[in-house]
Write a protein that binds this ligand. Structure first.
Ligand code: ACO
Ligand code: OAA
Length: 378
């Protein structure tokens, strides 16, 4: 067997062959099934892009209509899931509530028919349809309200915003939210997708696959950074404080949230679009002082760390978009998960098509032949 050099964080090690998405980190290019995200953000919808990723081709009109209809029909969550969620502590993080609820969904669909295309499709539809309902239901229940039932006359993103805020969203906000989902749906072998593929490789059910990926996405080095960015901008508080804040963090060897990426060495192409979306919202609904702080921070960080290829990533501007929509900060990462579930499921399907269980090796650096010391001698 060939012995490879150990690479912390598996940097540069391919973990799969995949035709789902592609990143050029030097040029700042991201493609889904070969189509640039700029084009999808301008012309597609989240459900159409999800279909593209999962089934490999853009759907025909009829295929898209059928997929949208199936998703619409599966939006409601079971009473027993709702009751279980009601018993979660209100102070708990919504990502934990989502992870537990996604796993609990598997209790209702325990048959694992992984070779049956109908099972794959049903699971995909059910997860994409119900995850937004779970996120909105937890949000309302932790405030002491009853969850709102999905509205069949609203499309995917408008319905989520309606379930969250108990009122029909502004059309521009709903459109921008849908574009945000497109921008977050997929990103090659990131940590949560790797986690999804490892779980999938054991041939467990898709609910376990999604639950493990949700758990991985929540960490502050990954999807959880979008929440931390807003907390950081709030802590900075003013444009004048940006430079001393950045300098102090760097001096203390602390990370600046929303900056840096394993693959991108230029500004993340998603951050460029998210920044434009934030500006569209500010034009319509008024500005946000945290945007001025964020822009100053981008300038200072580029000056200090640009030579290392550290620029804003997807998590830097997304929170400002969601904030302007009135979404609470701790829902930013669950919203990331609402989008990314389609990417995880595309990888689940791809993994199953040519599965081999993930079982890497390790470089053992412990002891050998250690004698057992009896308890009374320790
Ligand atoms: C959806 C997503 O997951 S996007 C990423 C979201 N995460 C964040 O925004 C958290 C902040 N960023 C980071 O922690 C990192 O840039 C990561 C996790 C995204 C990538 O990590 P890695 O590829 O392992 O890079 P690593 O942490 O080894 O950093 C490499 C160098 O850049 C520096 N660096 C990387 N990111 C940052 C940052 N955000 N702030 C300050 N310095 C940074 C490191 O200190 C290190 O410097 P050194 O070589 O002088 O020691
Ligand atoms: O690719 C990564 O490592 C992280 C990322 O940007 C994502 O998952 O969207």
């Amino acid at each position: 067997m060939m012995v490879c050099e150990y690479k912390p964080g598996l940097e540069g090690i391919p973990a799969a062959q995949s035709s789902i998405s592609y990143v050029d980190g030097q040029k700042g290019i991201l493609e889904y099934r070969g189509i640039r995200i700029e084009e999808l953000a301008a012309k597609s919808t989240f459900l159409e892009t999800a279909y593209l990723l999962i089934w490999g081709e853009l759907p025909s009109k009829e295929e898209l209509k059928a997929f949208e209809e199936e998703v619409r029909l599966h939006r409601r969550i079971k009473y027993r899931i709702r009751d279980m969620m009601k018993s979660f502590p209100e102070s708990g993080h919504p990502m934990d509530a989502l992870q537990a609820s996604a796993a609990a969904l598997g209790l209702f669909y325990s048959l694992r028919d992984l070779h049956n295309p109908a099972y794959i499709r049903d699971s995909v539809v059910r997860l994409i349809a119900t995850i937004p309902t779970m996120v909105a239901a937890f949000q309302l229940m932790r405030k002491g309200n009853d969850p709102v039932k999905p509205r069949d006359d609203l499309d995917y993103s408008a319905n989520f915003l309606y379930m969250l805020n108990e009122k029909e969203p502004d059309a521009l906000a709903a459109k921008i939210f849908d574009i945000c989902l497109i921008l977050h749906v997929e990103h090659t072998m990131n940590a949560s997708t790797f986690s999804a593929r490892v779980t999938a490789s054991t041939l467990t059910d898709p609910y376990a696959v999604v639950a493990s990926a949700v758990g991985t996405l929540g960490g502050p080095l990954h999807g959880g950074a979008n929440e931390e960015v807003i907390q950081m901008l709030e802590e900075i508080g003013s444009v004048e404080n940006v430079r001393p804040y950045v300098e102090e963090r760097l001096q203390n060897k602390q990370k600046l949230m929303g900056f840096g990426h394993r693959v991108y060495k230029v500004k993340d192409p998603r951050a460029i679009i998210l920044q434009e979306l934030a500006e569209q919202l500010f034009d319509k609904f008024g500005g946000d002082k945290y945007y001025d702080i964020a822009q100053e921070m981008e300038r200072v960080v580029e000056e200090k760390l640009g030579h290392k290829g550290i620029y804003p990533n997807v998590d830097f501007y997304s929170g400002l978009v969601y904030r302007k929509m009135g979404i609470p900060t701790d829902l930013f990462t669950p919203i990331f998960a609402i989008a990314r579930v389609a990417g995880w499921l595309a990888h689940w399907k791809e993994q199953l098509a040519e599965n081999r269980i993930f079982r890497p090796t390790q470089v053992y650096n412990g002891k050998h032949e250690v004698p057992y010391t009896p308890l009374e001698q320790r």
